[in-house]
Structures are given as structure tokens and as C-alpha cells.
Design a protein around this ligand. Sequence first.
Ligand code: FES
Length: 576
Amino acid sequence: MDEPHRPALRSAQWYGGEDRNAYIHRAWMRRGLPDSAFRGRPQIAIANTASALTPCNAHLGEVAQSVSNGVYEAGGIPLELPVVSLGETQVRPTAMLWRNMAAMATEEMLRANPVDGVVLLGGCDKTIPALLMAAASVDLPALVVPGGPMLTGHFRNEALGCGTDVWRLSEEVRAGTLSQEMFLRSESAMVRSKGHCNTMGTASTMALVAEALGTVPPGLAGTPAPDARLLEGAHDAGRLAVELVASDRRPSTFLTRASFHNAIVALAAIGGSTNAVVHLLAIAGRLGIDLTLDDVDRIGADIPLLVNLQPAGRFLMDDLFRAGGLLAVLREVRDLLDPTALTVDGKPLVDHLDDARIWDAEVIAARDAPFGERAGIRVLRGSLAPDGAIIKPAAASPHLLRHRGPAVVFDSIEDFRARIDDPALEIDEDSVMVLRGCGPRGYPGMPEVANMPLPRRLLERGVRDIVRVCDGRMSGTAYGTVVLHVAPESAAGGPLGLVRTGDMISLDVEAGILDLEVPADELAAREPDPRTVGAYAAPVRGWARLYVDHVQQADRGADLDVLVGGSGSDVTRESH
Ligand code: FES
């Protein structure tokens, strides 16, 4: 009656055999499970980032149930595993401070437990990157089910883009063109349904990029959270997870440099978030793939913008889904994709593009009529960013992509807030706002503050964009001519810490240059201001201390140096 134990299953190391330890592992798990549950059936963890404090992921319990049904139907045993969750809008000082902690905790819990494979449920910005970093390092068979974007909300008959319209409306209030009362009345319309932000922010970007990488079942990413097809896809993903274990399809077996090539092509074509760059670099680092900023620039720079979504365009994620979704976009750039890259179902990504169609050309453009040329995130280098910085041209003002102007320096985001509307601040549309102390180590955690609001008096004059430079990040929902991720950051001794108000800065996006026009000998003679070298609230204990001591710079994905690479899934020593 009983099937023999299958030694090939990792979980058999816990449940196989007749000795005392196997007895303990089985007995405490039984609680109604039949004996067959421990005999040759793949144990599939469902790593779930559902949390009431991560509102974008709060519905993932329902998605997990559909995954469970699929796992069980295919002969596996589903095991829900709550993992660290990060609500982008809720946690202070920034969710990025804990992306690596979430990845580390998930990696260790997957390794420590008797699981053979895992379905990763994420949504809000850092959750899918953290889950993928974990899965890459533990290298168990794994796939991602993104929780999906929310539906479009409306206010006064206008669609509201989550995040993007918060920035836009708050700027309108500062400019005096929208009343405070109307601004606050829009608040309850901003988030219409379950799901993550509906613009092409970081959550949407990372779900689509994870599919282009090959880690999401093709066609699933971007399915709106309330759409019944998400649960159908989750059910099928549960079945696929059991198949992954049977075929031993682990991240290291199908995630290659070619997968990252395709992810960068997709990132550019969708006009995705700049945050994807640090996340892709970090995931690649876990796999031992030497991906660099220059790869991002080289592969993505010439890709046209094919998706008309906020913040670079007009529409929102449920529009992208009805218009054909990611596969319709990728079909347009099929010749630029690496045909060797596989997806989690074992087939090449490009094999999934034959049936894809554009159903609304206002949302997804054909290759020969793109919404913009050369949409990829560009990498800048120069005397102000020796190890690189990035800019998203699709979200910038074309007239500022080549610019030279005097710096107006802020030593922290608090310094910025205290002085930006000071009438004595000398600033105009030619100025370059510089914000430092916001890098991985200096803040710490690299917050999304780089898209500094403009001074009220410039807004009132109708100015809507000036050049900004920062060692922090910006929200994927934000826009503007913003140079981000400057490396090394000021707290790591980068030249950003030496800039003085009035120094000339030159930006040339086409040439990939960000220069501080101060002679090298004069710069060498300057002492960095102590406020720029991480003195602000320097952590003395706990995770923040570990983070500051080990975090790498943005050009390396801001992962901890001790987390780069993988440890695999072997644990040979028993617990009793
Ligand atoms: Fe969660 Fe935007 S706040 S995705």
C-alpha cells in the first residue's frame, strides 16, 4: 500500500527511515496528514509575504490557497511559510534597509526546513526581489507568482495612478493650482482594490521583469489582483512547482546571463523602474553571474519604449493587461531577446511569444511606431560618479538631458526639507539640486528621496523639472530629470561628499557623462563635511549595524558582501 520513500527528494532526509529522528520529524507534522504525505510526495513551501502591514500583499492568502490546491492536485504537499514582508509605504526609514534581511531570512528558512521546492508569493516593491535573491542562493526548485496590480481608481472622472499622481497632485498644491481640500478628497480614490501599485512602478516592473527572467509562468505577471485569472494561474503554478521538483529545475539550471539579457530588454521596453537595476544586480550576484551597470546600459540603451504607462506615459497596469500584457510587448522585440534563455516551464521564453497580440495600440506600441526611442535606463560616469550613476530618460525632460548648471547642495533629506522653500535659497531652473547622505550606508538603506520636490517659487513660475543628483533612489512611480544611485555614495567617500554649492555640474546623458567641474587638485584639498559621511543616526546595534558594516554600493546591487553567492540547500547535521 505504501509507496517507497524516494531518496531523491530532499525532504526524505527528514522523513525517510525508521529511526528516532525521522519519527520526530513526521510525528510533529502529522496533525491529520496521512502517512502517504511523507512517502515520496514533494513538499512544496509557499513562501508568502502576505501581511496586514503590507497592504499591497494582504490578499496573498487567497492566492496561496489556489497554489495549495494545485500542489495537492499534482501530488505534492503544500506548506504555507509566512516570510518577512515589507510594505513600501509603511515602513520607516525605508523598505530597502530590509530587502537583504528579508532575502536572508527566507533563504535560511527554506534551507532549514524539509522542503523540496517553493512557490514565491510577492507583490509590493521589495518582496519579489528579496524572494528571488533567497531562491537563487538556496537554489531549490522555485517559481514566482506575482500578486498583481490593483484596478484603476478614478477621481473627478480622471484615472489615478498610484504614486505618480500623489507626486503630481502634491506638486499642484504647492504650485497653487489645486486646493488642499481637493487633494485630500482624492485620498480615498487612490487605491481602488486589492493589489500593488498600478503604475509602472517598482512592483509592476519587478513582476514583469521576473517573468522576462523566466521565473514567473509566462503570461501570468501583470494579471490584476482582483482578476479571477490570477487564481487560475496560481493553481497552475502549484502544479508546475511539483513538476519542477520532479525535473530538478532549480534557479541555477535555467537562470543564466541570457535570462538577465532578456530582463534588461524587457525593463527598457516597458519603461520600468530604476529600482530594477539594483535588484537585478543583486539577484545576479546571488547566482554568480557577473552582471554590471555597463551591461544594463549596453543591452537596454537602444530599446524603444513600447508601453504607454505612468510615470513615463498615460495608462495603468490593468490597461496593459487587457492590451496584451508583457508577452505582446516582448513579441515586438523578439529579435533582441536571447533565444537560449529558458523559463521556469523548461521552454525558451521566445517560444511563448507566437500567440501574443497587441489589442490596444494606444497602450502597447508596435516596434515601428514606439512611444519613445532609446528608452533604456542609462548609466552615467565621470568625476562625480566614478563607479556609475543611472538616469531614466523616459521619465526625464528632453531639454535637460544635456545640461550644465551650478550645484545647490543639501546634506540630508532633512536639510533639504528645511531649506527648499527658504526665500534666501539661491536656485533657479538652471540649478542642479544635489542631495547626499542618502546612499546604502549613509542613510542607511538608500531611500527613495532622489526626486526632490521643486521649490515652491519655481513651481509657481511654471517650472516642473530641474536636474537633480543623489546617491539615493527614487520611487519607480516618480518622474523628472533625476540622476540616481551615484556611486560611491558620499558616506563611502565618493566625490558627491565634496561638492559645494555653486560648483558647476555637467550632465550629458547621450554621452553617459556626469562631471563635477572642479579641478582634481582643488577637489583633493577639500575635506568632506562630516554630515555627509554617515554620521546621521549611525546605527550601533542590530540589523542596521550589520547592514552598514556589510552593504555594498549601488553599482553592486546594494547586497551585503556576506550574502553574495549561494550556499545551496544541503544541511547535513540533525537538530536532535
Ligand atoms: Fe506597494 Fe506601491 S506601495 S507596490
